[in-house]
Design a protein around this ligand. Structure first.
Ligand code: NAD
Length: 345
């Protein structure tokens, strides 16, 4: 009807309906959009599983047309598409989409988070993501430096976008020193005018002498080349798919670098979204996000004890939970949503 070309990639629903953001982006080819959505959906499954949510992972992409005549009609049709999937997929804001778009989708389907005019309105996911990253950093300095305060701790943040802004607030309030970079001069100067931070050009961020390197911009920036430059003993940030290859996690362990796996430390936004959707209760989300401190601390401790990198351990925990859910579903013991609302025993 509108010429919409969209993909809904549902990776797994063993734990419950799959949640994932809707990207609205231009792609050179549909294949690229498919690969992007599948890769991101897999990560959402790991994220939801390790966070103990009754949800699976998904992602959707609307391939932005070269010329868009009516955005509202396009998102209405996307809402119909989401509705056709019959509740197996719940969409939310992501790159290129806004609360207004979610409102349009909500006019066609209830399977949406982040629409302002519904009771499932999620306020600013970035602040919840930043809170989780801050707590992950707290766990990392506790493990690495045996301290619970940021006095004398220097963090190099790659990117000065929304998550970095909220994270820098928490870090500077806690007494940390922050150096940031961003090719977007406006974003960088906004950060500088709000907080006492140093800035460097984007390529120089890897050379900053610091305790924590925090990738909060793009994926794949932790690679063979940059791991040779980064002097920080901790890597902890918001970006998805931070490592250019999973084997980099082994290299980091060998170098004695404490790595907070991206899909664990950046799950605050998803946790908040799930709690708002399931229970309309953001305070439940706060409690669960606080749990990220313990999750990451035990991950770091287990990695040091067993000499296994944190990424492999985290994947193992997430996949074990999925396997158990799948066995339960196949055996018809309990449906996973019931299982998740029962007490621990
Ligand atoms: P954002 O778009 O607000 O900010 C990203 C910033 O990175 C931009 O200012 C951009 O100019 C900058 N950037 C681009 N290339 C750069 C480079 N080479 N060096 C330094 N900076 C560069 O995005 P955000 O919402 O702050 O998210 C940051 C990252 O965290 C993204 O990778 C996102 O996928 C991931 N993430 C975000 C959330 C969330 O709640 N927003 C949740 C999970 C993961």
């Amino acid at each position: 009807r509108t010429g919409m070309h969209a993909i809904i990639a549902i990776h797994n629903t063993d734990l419950g309906p799959a949640i994932g953001g809707t990207r609205y982006l231009q792609y050179h080819a549909a294949g690229q959009a498919i690969i992007d959505s599948l890769r991101l959906a897999y990560m959402m499954t790991l994220k939801a599983s390790i966070s103990g949510l009754a949800h699976g992972g998904a992602k959707s992409v609307i391939i932005a047309p070269k010329k868009l005549s009516n955005r509202q009609e396009l998102f209405e049709q996307f809402g119909d598409f989401v509705h056709d999937v019959n509740g197996r997929y719940i969409c939310a804001c992501d790159v290129g989409t806004s609360t207004d778009d979610m409102d349009t989708i909500a006019s066609r389907t209830p399977y949406v988070i982040g629409a302002a005019k519904t009771h499932r309105h999620q306020t600013n996911p970035c602040s919840h993501t930043a809170k989780g990253i801050f707590l992950g950093m707290c766990a990392a300095i506790q493990h690495k430096h045996d301290t619970d305060n940021f006095d004398g701790i220097h963090i190099a943040i790659q990117g000065a976008g929304s998550v970095s802004h909220a994270l820098t607030k928490l870090l500077t309030e806690a007494g940390a020193t922050v150096t940031a970079c961003d090719p977007n001069a406006a974003a960088l100067s906004q950060l500088q005018s709000s907080f006492n931070v140093k800035t460097v050009p984007p390529q120089a961020i890897y050379d900053v002498e610091c305790d924590i390197f925090s990738p909060c911009a793009l994926g794949g920036t932790i690679n063979l080349n940059t791991t040779n430059k980064i002097t920080a003993g901790i890597i902890a940030g918001a970006a998805n798919n931070q490592l250019s290859h999973p084997r980099i996690a082994k290299l980091l362990l060998k170098k004695g670098v404490v790595y907070a796996p991206d899909f664990v430390i950046n799950s605050g936004g998803l946790i908040n979204a799930a709690m708002v959707y399931d229970y309309q209760d953001p305070s439940l989300a706060d409690t669960k996000i606080k749990g990220l401190y313990d999750t990451l601390l035990s991950l770091f401790e287990r990695s040091a004890k067993e000499k296994i990198n944190t990424l492999d351990i985290a994947k193992d925990i997430a996949i074990s939970r999925l396997k158990q859910a799948s066995i339960n579903t196949h055996n018809g013991i309990l449906n996973t949503r019931e299982k998740n609302t029962l007490p621990e025993d």
